[in-house]
Design a protein around this ligand. Structure first.
Ligand SMILES: [Zn+2]
Length: 674
């Protein structure tokens, strides 16, 4: 709580700091006088919006854009006071952005075909062009030709707080105006963006090279528990190895314990640096002794490695902060801008679930199944498996015969949509706007951006046709494509296209994926094990998300901190979250295990996005459950996804009548465990 309060104060201070900077800028450019002059020129205009637009242009206008006099002239020449003329300008700008973004998206799609689609092996040129970003100079160009300033002046930005407070009264057009105002809120110089890109690449490399040589791990008796050639990437493969040892395999429990010990040494920096990604040494992680052949050797600990990476992320983010007028911290940009929820909302949502009595009840089920007391790594318990009456081999035989090619899946999409309750006209209309292609990787959905493109469903189809796992993923992606189509093509204003945040597209993908058997003609039962599995996964990911958020709050509160201090603070934060919400359920106080997640190192502050998809999914499922007719399911999907990109709470209010909430998933779990 204390940490949280100090964070609120920090945000308030930053908000004040920005308005102060704006004011200094305003003084330089005589913005106050200009606003007064404009108000007398246009007495009929909405003076609040006008003032907001002039101040925001002033804050982003730089020396190379013109002198103070040129700035004042620009504002007077380009302000559109008349409501009708303003609507004309809005329509023209919407069209401009649709053309630019849609056409640039097509460039990206085409250049990525050789590396993304199945077919001949890509050559070096293909990889170079797949890394090429055709969007990278677009914003700079739009500042240079001043279209960005025309946009800001007439359609200024509203903060999340303002959108949430005012949005309930806004018309759809006012919402669309506000979304146009989100397009230009920062002007980060190319060299700062380059630094951010470099830090991201370094972080990826650090994680990609963090392998543990499992064949060289020794227990205290000198016994090797893992195959000689087993190499596991931290932390995902280590976690997956813990998961696979919930099956009935030799030494399962001892293997889980030793991986847990390895993870603790990775987090606290006591792991010998030279055992990472290197098979030269044997390592006993409990005593932390090391050997080269038969000879015991002393190796230096890694100490701050992962914290150095986080520190460089922080330095790069700090460098960008002063160019980000609406969101001058990495926390605000990643949570308030990217997720459109306040840090406080996200934190409350997560704490509500991780401290719920349902967690204790599910933990009790796990304890009974395992027949032992729980251990910290049981946050990765993997025993809630859905049990289908039909074997996977049978299902694969069916999907292979139905879907030998991407074209076969594409041709079957209208039938699948009919089965979900869409009318023939809707089914054909939606399916017509989705193209299915064979993927090189596991598959994904690439949305259209211009209303002349199809969204792309990429799926992996082997030589013998689509296996059941591939089919299950393809149905997930199909859900994304349906969302991408409804909220682009059926939306009233282009600027409102899309969803509030990634959780809202994941939700529809999960909802489709769960109905995959129904689409194969079987009677689908919503499976209790799947719900418990999702719930236990949320319990884990919300804990690591809280650690990620708290550590960034700590960084902003301690800008002078050294890397060693950051390491100690991270350990303290991880233990604090653990002791509050995990130790009472899983035992063992002071475990630092929640700091192991690799995304904290290579992609800071992304983790809080993960739980949102399932939270939204359960809210929508609870809403669908009140209808008995499948037609209503389809009608409701069409209605909800035509809401477009409101803020999460406004979207959810209009979709199901309440804010984003964990109550539906908690209710679903209660119904199972009671
Ligand atoms: Zn997805």
């Amino acid at each position: 709580m204390k940490r949280f309060l100090s964070y609120l104060i920090l945000i308030t201070m930053m908000a004040m700091c920005v308005s102060c900077c704006n004011k200094c800028d305003s003084n330089d450019k005589n913005t106050e006088a200009l606003v007064i002059e404009m108000q007398s020129l246009y007495p009929e205009a909405n003076h609040d919006v006008m003032k907001r637009g002039v101040e925001q242009v002033a804050a982003l206008w730089q020396e190379q854009d013109g002198t103070d006099e040129e700035f004042a002239q620009f504002v007077k020449d380009n302000y559109v006071a008349d409501a009708e003329a303003r609507k004309v300008l809005f329509d023209k700008l919407s069209k401009v952005y649709e053309v630019l973004l849609g056409a640039t998206n097509q460039v990206a799609v085409e250049l990525n075909l050789p590396t993304m689609l199945s077919g001949p092996e890509p050559i070096e040129l293909d990889y170079i062009m797949s890394a090429f970003n055709p969007f990278s100079h677009l914003t700079t160009d739009l500042y240079e030709n001043k279209v960005a300033f025309i946009t800001i002046l007439n359609f200024p930005n509203y903060s999340l707080e303002e959108k949430n407070a005012l949005g309930g009264e806004w018309s759809r057009l006012e919402w669309a105006y506000a979304r146009l105002g989100d397009m230009f809120t920062s002007r980060v110089p190319a060299e700062v963006n380059k630094q951010i890109g470099q830090v991201n690449a370094d972080g990826e490399n650090y994680i990609a090279g963090y392998n543990i040589m499992m064949g060289h791990l020794l227990n205290e008796e000198g016994v090797r528990l893992f195959p000689e050639d087993m190499v596991l990437l931290s932390h995902w493969n280590l976690r997956d190895e813990i998961k696979s040892n919930y099956a009935n395999v030799p030494n399962a429990h001892e293997k889980q314990e030793i991986i847990y010990q390895v993870m603790q040494r990775i987090v606290d920096g006591t792991i010998p640096q030279a055992v990472v990604n290197n098979g030269e040494y044997d390592w006993a992680p409990y005593s932390n002794r090391t050997w080269k052949g038969d000879e015991e050797v002393t190796l230096a600990p890694e100490e701050n490695g992962r914290y150095d990476v986080i520190m460089s992320h922080y330095a790069a983010m700090k460098a960008a902060d002063k160019y980000e007028l609406q969101a001058p911290t990495a926390i605000l940009r990643n949570i308030e801008v990217a997720m459109e929820m306040t840090t406080q909302e996200v934190e409350e949502l997560f704490v509500n679930l991780v401290s719920s009595p349902q967690v204790k009840a599910v933990a009790e089920i796990i304890k009974q199944r395992l027949g032992r007391d729980l251990r910290p790594y049981d946050i990765w318990y993997d025993g809630f498996k859905s049990r289908s009456a039909i074997s996977e081999d049978q299902l694969t035989a069916l999907t292979r015969s139905k879907y030998p090619t991407p074209e076969a899946f594409e041709a079957d999409m209208p039938r699948m949509l009919l089965a979900l309750g869409f009318t023939p006209a809707e089914a054909n209309y939606l399916a017509d706007k989705i193209t299915v292609q064979g993927a090189r990787g596991s598959g994904h959905a690439w949305g259209a951006v211009g209303r002349w493109e199809n969204s792309l469903l990429r799926t992996r189809i082997g030589g013998e046709g689509m296996d059941y796992k591939g089919y299950n993923i393809a149905v997930h992606e199909f859900g994304h494509n349906v969302e991408q189509t409804i909220d682009l093509y059926d939306i009233d204003h282009y600027m409102l296209r899309g969803v509030p945040n990634t959780g809202f597209t994941e939700a529809l993908a999960f909802i489709f994926q769960k109905r995959d058997l129904q689409l194969l003609g079987y009677k689908q039962q919503m499976d209790e094990n799947t719900t418990l599995d999702i719930f236990w996964g949320l319990y884990e990911i919300m804990g690591v998300s809280l650690v990620d958020m708290h550590l960034w709050q700590w960084l902003y509160e301690h800008p002078q901190a050294t890397t060693a201090e950051l390491r100690e603070a991270t350990l303290a934060i991880a233990r604090d979250v653990w002791n509050s919400y995990y130790a009472p359920v899983l035992g063992e106080k002071d475990s630092p295990i929640l700091a192991i997640y690799s995304h904290m190192v290579n992609s800071p502050l992304y983790l809080p996005n993960y739980p949102l998809g399932h939270i939204v999914e359960f809210q929508l499922e609870e809403h669908f459950a009140q209808f008995t007719n499948t037609r209503d399911f389809a009608t409701e999907i069409m209605r909800m996804y035509q809401l477009g990109r409101l803020t999460p709470n406004h979207w959810m209010q209009q979709a199901v009548g309440c804010n984003v909430s964990t109550e539906p998933i908690l209710n679903a779990v209660s119904a199972i465990v009671k």
